[in-house]
Design a protein around this ligand. Structure first.
Ligand code: SF4
Length: 222
């Protein structure tokens, strides 16, 4: 049975996007070649935060863990999960009746069958057209006031009515200029744009599961 490098797994609820607030078993794969300077999951790739040991779990183990949690859905995130072949994992989760959601930068072809695909593009490794075409929702990480329009010009040709979430980059989440840029854009353009947030961070809900890894936000240290 295929094994995957896993940074962490935990039972929580989805804190972002259209499925916010739904119970979710999170699987965070190890590894990401995108290297965003503000990555909030830098423990999955950055040498300064590299763990001593990365577990390799087989699909059956991951399914058993998810089933034991009995979540509304499973979220596969990273790191960049799309660098891994996830076909066995999604098939096995579906076999036990669990919907599987993917969170990806869109920079790598998706290997697996997902019920929901969140594409959050990053300029350090731009998204592939074929992945943009599969998006159930877009999530733009807003670093500054110009980010939104820049990304919308990239996403617009692939837009098929999906929500476009505008989330402040977390280190800028108290920056009035960034927050007001999001508010202004949503008020000016309306749908499909939605002001977003990482609600799970306010609740600190991931940490309630002792299996979750301590967060290591990069915050521009690269
Ligand atoms: S934010 Fe996502 S895509 Fe960017 S380096 Fe971190 S895990 Fe990779």
């Amino acid at each position: 049975m295929k094994k995957l490098p896993i940074h962490e797994y935990f039972y929580t609820w989805q804190g972002e996007g259209t499925h916010t607030g739904r119970s979710a078993f999170f699987i965070r794969t190890y590894g990401c070649p995108v290297h965003c300077p503000w990555c909030d999951s830098a423990g999955t790739w950055h040498p300064d935060f590299k763990p001593d040991f990365v577990a390799r779990l087989d699909v059956d183990e991951l399914v058993a863990l998810a089933v034991a949690a009995s979540p509304a859905l499973v979220v596969v995130t990273g790191g960049e999960p799309a660098i891994h072949d996830l076909r066995d994992l999604t098939a096995a989760m579906h076999a036990v009746g669990l919907p599987v959601h993917l969170e990806t930068s869109g920079a790598f072809p998706i290997q697996g069958s997902f019920d929901w695909v969140t594409v959050s593009p990053k300029r350090w490794k731009p998204p592939l057209d074929e992945v943009l075409a599969m998006a159930s929702e877009f999530k733009v990480i807003v670093e500054n006031a110009t980010t939104i329009e820049e990304w919308w010009q990239v996403l617009k040709p692939h837009w098929r009515g999906q929500p476009v979430w505008l989330n402040p980059e977390w280190s800028q989440s108290a920056n009035r200029e960034v927050l007001n840029a999001i508010s202004d854009y949503v008020k000016l353009h309306g749908d499909p744009f939605r002001a977003g947030w990482q609600l799970h961070k306010l609740y600190n809900v991931d940490a309630l599961d002792a299996r979750s890894a301590p967060p290591v936000p990069l915050g521009g240290r690269i």
